[in-house]
Design a protein around this ligand. Structure first.
Ligand SMILES: Cc1ncc(COP(=O)(O)O)c(C=O)c1O
Length: 912
């Protein structure tokens, strides 16, 4: 039996233990020598013992059935035991227990072995009632437990929209472990008898407690408050759940307490029907999808179409002689659901009052924002909307230079004074990390010293980065607000929508941090801490400020925006994105300009299917986001472990760890890898709580330089062409495997198989290679692993585009439009005229964005002076990989006359 320490997750442990039990019980039925049987019995005993601390948290098969199995074992009824185990495992893997009662004894009717969820047609699956589990927390004996469950079951009515089973645990600890382990739980009923500690000692589950606030924190809870405290603690780890508190205390006693996710308190009453109806209503409020439902209803109504949209109702297709295949491929529903906003009947995205508005409000609840806006053309558009809504020409914006191109274009459109921040470089992998807090504070202090702080409007960062570097969002906002208390934050969470649905990841999302900060800023403890720090820092110099964790004033404003490509990490059609707002001044200051910006960038013909998919995607995460993200993290962890421990794979590949991708000065916890062969799994909570940067485990960067292929060749020629494996990001010597909420254990297994096959082929190739061939291979590997040009920093904007020499911000907009005039530009060749001009000491200024791939971000923006480092970097790359560079002409730069003339117009100072 694999040791518990080999498991990252209790879910995998559970399913593996049941499989092992099935095998062992089947072997028992076959018989054998006395010694063999003894060994088998020991094994079954050990497996049953191991499962006995796991099963109390699940409704199926339930402890009664489990105890029955133990008795079968003790009485030597191996055939019965084997049959029961087989049935349970089958029901667990097919999900049949969610749809019907599973008979476990051999006399019952032979069940349908094909009752596999995956075998049912989508229509049949849509007709089955969704299933969930309710956790009842109370210290009860066996008989009372039966009574409780029986009473809950008695309340079922044929018209109920969902089916649920209950599971009873006795303590606060068990309840916390239960909601983190059993993803079927959607509601929890907290009764007065609960105790504090669990009687089980299961280290793997106890680990979950650490992430739920820590066992030690539970010590000080007043026994009177176990119930309310549990509701509060569950709210921190699974805020989407509903809790119902049954209490024998008075209304006044309970009124002042923080009850977290509690939807309703029952005072001293056993009204099971009321409880049942509340539980169903609670789940229904997450299940409902106002827009998707309205759209399906609309598609069923007969309508005559007299607007300009021939595809609506499929009319232009059904009447066609030539495009029938399109109709056959998509089926009729999509066309029945196509309509135009102007034709009425459904809500309008541009002015929502009905189901779209409601769908957005539900999304705001799910993602923890104050307002949420849907977008049907991707986060590229969301970013431009937010930037335009908040930035006035001349406002200073601090932005990571390796941000997505939509931000650079957003800055151009808004006329921002852009102050680029450099991420720490990872030269050996040709990729950037993220921007250290010191760099951001330094820039703000510099602007403060120059008397420009009032013009600084926004800090814009990408979280997480494409490669999976995650910021400490709360810390950044706190420390920046300490210097500039009304700074606006735009977090580009294009890749991070899923993060909200995992308790550990959630802490590093913009909306969660904003909500935490709002509460903290109002607290007396915070005010006192602020006063204390102010006294300490009275005459502090910048160096001290840079090295101190700064506390913002209680009067600071929380102004946070996040843009998310829902379609990248959750269920939504392509381009389905959301803007989440958590800005205390939104209503007073931004609403109107936001509306204008939204109008500027949103099509008047938004795609209704995308909007519906956002609505359904929201339903999914509120009901099963926790489960899916947990499974995703598990799959990624399994991948890390499998690649990291395979002896053959280690020869050619390496999974990059936090230690490889984040310099140690940003990892206060000292955590450098999630898994290591000698130490097993590392607790990630500590790192995620403290470190300046952490690595998103769901993105697995694999160094492939050891194979002799560069990242792009490995991606295209090997993974894609030979094995049909798709990925989308590479660097010079790495490829990025992204897991998502659809990734399964078997897809991970396939990838490992492929990597092993590639490694074997390489082994064979090298075995048979001549000395020359070997030498050439070694050279290639060295070239990919060692001879990498350093990634250049942002040099500076040319003076013609700067208001003054004091601070580095520049007017990207005027540079961008100056380049529209052909007469203002010239082309210089990288190794010829450009090199010569730089050697003569001339200042050469780029007239366009230059984006080498990798790293895929601009190393030059319009108006930027070309430095020697940038030139060296470009020359070290193959010019075919540089977007914006014309190999036939060279690099587009400004002529000296254009720069002189522009400086003379004072256009760069227009904002002042
Ligand atoms: C960091 C970041 N922001 C924004 C975007 C644009 O998102 P979308 O494809 O939804 O327009 C991307 C796309 O890759 C991205 O990586």
């Amino acid at each position: 039996m694999e040791s518990v320490n080999d498991y990252y997750s209790a879910i995998q442990l559970r399913s593996d233990r049941w499989s092992a039990l099935r095998e062992a019980t089947e072997a028992l039925t076959l018989g054998g020598s006395e010694r063999q049987m003894l060994k088998l019995r020991e094994r079954v005993q050990a497996l049953l013992d191991s499962l006995s601390v796991i099963e109390p948290y699940w409704a199926f098969p339930g402890m009664a059935a489990f105890e029955h199995m133990r008795r079968q074992f003790e009485h030597g009824s191996y055939d019965d035991l084997s049959y029961t185990t087989h049935r349970i495992l089958r029901a667990l893997t097919t999900g049949a227990y969610r749809r019907r009662h599973i008979p476990l004894d051999r006399d019952s009717l032979e069940p349908d072995e094909n009752d596999d969820e995956a075998m049912l047609s989508p229509e049949a699956r849509a007709l089955t009632k969704p299933y969930f589990e309710v956790m009842i927390v109370d210290q009860v004996n066996e008989q009372q437990e039966r009574w409780l469950k029986h009473n809950m079951e008695r309340m079922r009515r044929p018209e109920d929209p969902f089916l649920y089973e209950s599971v009873v645990v006795s303590s606060l600890e068990d309840a916390l472990m239960g909601v983190l382990f059993n993803h079927n739980i959607q509601a929890i009923v907290v009764r007065p008898g609960l105790t504090l500690r669990s009687k089980f000692n299961m280290p793997l589950l106890k680990r979950y407690l650490a992430g739920a606030g820590g066992q030690d924190d539970l010590k000080g809870i007043d026994p009177h408050n176990y119930g309310p405290e549990l509701c509060r603690l569950v709210a921190e780890v699974r805020p989407e759940l509903d809790a119902y508190l049954v209490t024998d205390r008075s209304v006044e006693d309970i009124a002042g307490l923080d009850l977290g996710i509690c939807r309703r308190v029952f005072y001293n009453q056993e009204d099971f029907m009321e409880l049942h109806l509340n539980i169903l209503r609670g789940v229904q409020s997450r299940y409902k999808t106002p827009f998707f439902t309205a759209l399906t209803e609309y598609s069923k109504q007969p309508t005559g179409v007299f607007h300009a949209m021939p595809i609506s109702r499929g009319k232009s297709i059904t009447r066609s002689h030539w495009i029938q295949d399109m109709g056959a491929f998509y089926g009729p529903n999509i066309f029945l659901a196509e309509t135009s906003a102007t034709s009425g009947g459904l809500d309008s995205l541009l002015e929502p009052h009905g189901p779209i508005k409601q769908a957005q409000e539900l999304a705001a609840r799910a993602f923890g924002s104050k307002q949420t806006f849907f977008a049907t053309n991707g986060t590229s558009t969301c970013n431009k909307i937010v930037v335009q809504a908040l930035i006035r020409p001349g406002d200073i914006v601090l932005v990571d230079r390796d941000c997505h191109k939509s931000h650079h274009y957003g800055m151009v459109l808004a006329g921002a004074q852009v102050s680029y921040l450099d991420s720490y470089p990872l030269d050996e992998f040709s990729m950037y990390g993220a921007v250290p807090i010191k760099e951001i504070k330094h820039r703000l202090l510099e602007l403060k010293a120059a008397g420009k702080l009032d013009r600084v409007r926004m800090l814009l960062l990408t979280n997480c980065t494409f490669d999976g570097i995650v910021y400490n969002v709360e810390r950044i906002m706190e420390e920046c607000l300490a210097i500039k208390p009304d700074l606006i934050f735009l977090w580009d969470e294009a890749w991070f929508a899923f993060a909200r649905f995992n308790p550990t990841y959630r802490h590093r999302t913009a909306m969660n941090a904003a909500n935490t900060l709002r509460v903290r800023l109002r607290s007396d403890e915070h005010a006192a801490a602020y006063e204390r720090q102010q006294a300490e820092l009275k005459d502090a110099d910048d160096e001290t400020l840079l090295n101190t964790r700064l506390i913002p004033p209680p009067t600071a404003r929380v102004r946070t925006y996040a843009t998310q490509s829902t379609h990248k990490t959750l269920t939504a059609l392509r381009q389905g994105s959301m803007i989440h707002v958590n800005d205390q001044d939104f209503k007073g200051e931004v609403e109107q300009s936001f509306h204008e910006a939204y109008m500027t960038h949103t099509s008047t013909s938004p795609n209704y299917q995308i909007i519906a998919s956002l609505d359904v995607g929201r339903r999914q995460v509120e009901l099963e986001g926790f489960e899916f993200v947990q499974r995703q993290v598990e799959a990624a962890m399994a991948m890390r472990r499998a690649i990291g421990t395979h002896p053959l794979l280690q020869k050619y590949f390496k999974v990059l760890t936090a230690g490889d991708m984040i310099p140690s000065e940003y990892r206060e916890s000292g955590v450098s890898a999630y898994y290591s062969t000698d130490q097993g799994w590392t607790e990630i909570w500590d790192a995620w709580e403290r470190d300046e940067f952490v690595l998103d485990a769901t993105r697995v960067t694999l160094a492939v330089g050891g194979t002799g292929w560069d990242g792009d060749t490995f991606k295209t020629d090997i993974l894609m062409d030979r094995y049909g494996i798709q990925i989308n990001k590479t660097s010079r010597n790495t490829v990025l495997f992204m897991t998502n909420i659809g990734t399964t254990r078997s897809s991970v297994a396939y990838l490992i198989e492929v990597l092993v096959e590639i490694a074997k082929e390489l082994d064979d190739l090298i075995d048979d290679a001549s000395r020359m061939e070997k030498l050439s291979f070694e050279r290639r590997v060295k070239g990919l692993m060692e001879d990498l040009p350093p990634l250049p920093d942002f040099s500076r904007f040319h003076d013609a585009f700067r208001a003054d020499n004091g601070t580095p911000e520049g007017d990207i907009r005027s540079a961008f439009f100056l380049a529209y005039g052909e007469e203002n530009c010239d082309y210089l060749e990288l190794n010829g005229s450009l090199k010569a001009a730089m050697e003569r000491g001339e200042e050469i200024v780029s007239a366009s964005f230059i984006i080498p791939y990798p790293p895929g971000f601009p190393i030059l923006v319009p108006g930027q002076v070309i430095s020697n480092e940038i030139l060296d970097f470009m020359r070290a790359l193959d010019v075919n990989e540089i977007h914006g560079y014309r190999p036939d002409l060279g690099l587009r730069v400004f002529t000296q006359e254009a720069l002189d003339k522009h400086a003379g117009t004072g256009l760069s100072h227009a904002a002042e």
